[in-house]
Design a binder for this molecule. Structure first.
Ligand code: HEM
Length: 456
C-alpha cells in the first residue's frame, strides 16, 4: 500500500494549453481534425496528450508511434472509446465499435476467416463482373461519376456479404449507400463530438445529438439484414447448394439447428451489417480520391493509360493482368496513403506520386508501401485484402476505358477542385465535378461487346 502511495504516475505526454475543468474542449477540432492534430504535433511531438471533461486522449501522429503502441503493445491498446452518436443510431452491435473483449474476439474470428487473403481470392469473378458494370456506366455516362463508383462498391459488398447481386438501378438497397455514407461522413470523428464525453445514459446526450445531428438520426440503418437475401439463403439452404455462398449464409449455417439467443441474432446482424458499413463508403471514398488525384495529375492518367495500351489494349483488364500492370499497383498504393503523410518516411508527402515506391535505379525514391492505411495490431482492418483488390481492378478499368478531365464552367474555364476532405469516421473528398468521356471509339466497342449481357 505504501509503495503504491509513493509510486508516482508517469507524466502524460505534452499537449497544447488547456482550460480549467473543461480541458481542451473549446479547441478540440470537429472539422479537419487530422490536419489540426498534425500542426499541433509539430510543436508538441508525435505522442500528444489532450484532456476533455476529465477524459484523457492520446493522439499519435506518426506511423512509428502508432506501431510502438498499437502494434507492439496491442494487448493494452486495442479498446474503443464511446461513440455516442453511433450508439444512439443503433450501430453498436458490431466489431468496429465493440470494446476490446469477448464479443470483439468472437466477431473478429468470423470476419478474419471470411476475409483472409486466401479466401478473398475467390471473390475475384464478383469484383471483375462489377468492374464491367462500372466500365459500362462510365462509358455511357448518363449520371454523375460518383453514382457509378458507389454502385460498384455496394454491388461487390452486397454480393459477398449477402449473396445479392445488384442488377438494376432501381434495386431497393441502392439508397442505403447514401444514408450510410451521410451518417459516416457527418457523425463526427471519434472524440470530436461533444456528446462523446458524456455517459450515454445521460439524457443530455440524445438531446444534444438531436440538436447537432438531426438528419443523421433520420437515416435508415444498415444493420438490418436484407430481406430477399435472407429468403434466398433460407431457400438455398433448404434446396442444398442452390443459393450462393455468402458471409451471411456461412454465419447462418454455423447456427442452424440451434435455438437462437438474442446475442446470436445480434451477432448475425451486426457482423453481416458491418461489412456494408465498413466496406462500402471506405472504398468509394478512396476511388473518389483517385479521381480527384487524376484531375490534379493528368500525367498519372497518361502513364496508366499508356501501360494499359502497351500491355493489354483490346480487352478489359482482369486480375490475370496483375503482375503485368505494375503502375496500376503503384497508383493503388498511392491512393491508399493516409497517417502516411509522415515527412520522415515520404518525400513531399502531400504530393500524389505513384513512382515514389519505385527502386532508385528505376527513377523512384524506394519509399515503403503505406502501412497505416488499414490501422494496426488487433484492430487492423479485416477487409484490407478485399479493399486493395477492389481498388486495383477499378483503377485498372478506369485507366482502360475513360478520360477524366476537369469540368468547365459556363464560360468554358476549367474548374480545378480543391483538395478538401469531409470529417467523419470515414473521410471523403468534398463534392467536386469532373468530365468523363470514353477514351476512343474502339474502347466503346470493346465495352459494348464485353458488357453486352449485363442487365444495367
Ligand atoms: C479502402 C478501403 C478501406 C480502408 C481505408 C479501411 C480502413 C480501416 C481502418 C483504418 C480501420 C480501423 C483500424 C483500427 O482501429 O486500427 C478499419 C476497420 C475495419 N474495417 Fe476497414 N477499411 C477499408 C475497407 C474495408 C472493407 C472492404 C471491409 C469489409 C468488407 C472493412 C471492414 C472493416 C471492419 C469490420 C473494421 C473494424 C475492425 C475492428 O474494429 O476490429 N474495411 N478499416
Amino acid at each position: 500500500y505504501l509503495k503504491r502511495r509513493t509510486t508516482k504516475r508517469p507524466p502524460l505526454p505534452p499537449g497544447p494549453p488547456a482550460d480549467p475543468f473543461i480541458g481542451h474542449l473549446r479547441i478540440m477540432p470537429s472539422d479537419q481534425q487530422e490536419l489540426v492534430f498534425h500542426e499541433w504535433a509539430k510543436i508538441y511531438g508525435d505522442v500528444m496528450h489532450l484532456k476533455v471533461l476529465g477524459h484523457d486522449i492520446i493522439v499519435l501522429d506518426s506511423v512509428q508511434a502508432a506501431t510502438e503502441l498499437l502494434e507492439k503493445r496491442s494487448a493494452l491498446y486495442s479498446d474503443r472509446p464511446n461513440f455516442t452518436v453511433y450508439t444512439t443510431m443503433g450501430w453498436d452491435h458490431n466489431v468496429a465499435f465493440f470494446p476490446y473483449g469477448r464479443r470483439f474476439r468472437k466477431h473478429r474470428k468470423f470476419l478474419q476467416s471470411y476475409l483472409s487473403q486466401q479466401f478473398t481470392a475467390m471473390f475475384r469473378p464478383i469484383q471483375e463482373l462489377n468492374a464491367r458494370y462500372l466500365a459500362k456506366g462510365l462509358v455511357e455516362n448518363t449520371r454523375d461519376f460518383k453514382y457509378y463508383i458507389s454502385r460498384y462498391t455496394i454491388s461487390v459488398i452486397m454480393r459477398i456479404a449477402y449473396g445479392h447481386q445488384i442488377l438494376s438501378d432501381d434495386d431497393e438497397f441502392m439508397p442505403l449507400v447514401e444514408n450510410v455514407a451521410y451518417a459516416q461522413n457527418n457523425g463526427g470523428p471519434p472524440g470530436g463530438t461533444v456528446v462523446d464525453y458524456f455517459p450515454i445514459r445521460m439524457s443530455i446526450s440524445p438531446l444534444m445529438i438531436t440538436y447537432t445531428h438531426r438528419r443523421i438520426l433520420s437515416t435508415t440503418l444498415p444493420f438490418v439484414v436484407p430481406r430477399d437475401s435472407l429468403h434466398n439463403i433460407r431457400s438455398g439452404m433448404e434446396a442444398e447448394g442452390t443459393a450462393e455462398r455468402s458471409f451471411l449464409r456461412t454465419q447462418m449455417e454455423s447456427v442452424s439447428g440451434k435455438d437462437l439467443t438474442d446475442e446470436d441474432i445480434q451477432d448475425l446482424k451486426g457482423s453481416a451489417g458491418v461489412l456494408f458499413a465498413a466496406g462500402v463508403d471506405t472504398t468509394s471514398s478512396s476511388l473518389e480520391t483517385f479521381v480527384l488525384a487524376l484531375l490534379h495529375h493528368p500525367d498519372v492518367q497518361k502513364k496508366g493509360q499508356q501501360e494499359f495500351d502497351r500491355v493489354i489494349g483490346d480487352r478489359l483488364p482482369t486480375f490475370e493482368d496483375y503482375d503485368a500492370l505494375p503502375y496500376v499497383g503503384r497508383v493503388t498504393m498511392e491512393v491508399l496513403r493516409g497517417m502516411n503523410l509522415d515527412g520522415n518516411v515520404y518525400t513531399k508527402p502531400t504530393e500524389f506520386n505513384p513512382d515514389r515506391f519505385l527502386r532508385k535505379s528505376e527513377g523512384g525514391n524506394e519509399e515503403p508501401p503505406p502501412v497505416a492505411t488499414f490501422g494496426f495490431g488487433r484492430r487492423i482492418c479485416p477487409g484490407r485484402h478485399l479493399a486493395a483488390t477492389n481498388i486495383w481492378i477499378a483503377v485498372a478499368t478506369i485507366f482502360a476505358t475513360v478520360n477524366i478531365t476537369k469540368a468547365k464552367d459556363k464560360d468554358g474555364n476549367e474548374i480545378t477542385p480543391e483538395i478538401i476532405f469531409e470529417s467523419g469516421v470515414t473521410s471523403r473528398p468534398k463534392a467536386f465535378s469532373c468530365s468523363i468521356t470514353p477514351r476512343s471509339e474502339k474502347m466503346i466497342r470493346i465495352v459494348a461487346s464485353e458488357c453486352k449481357n449485363l442487365s444495367m
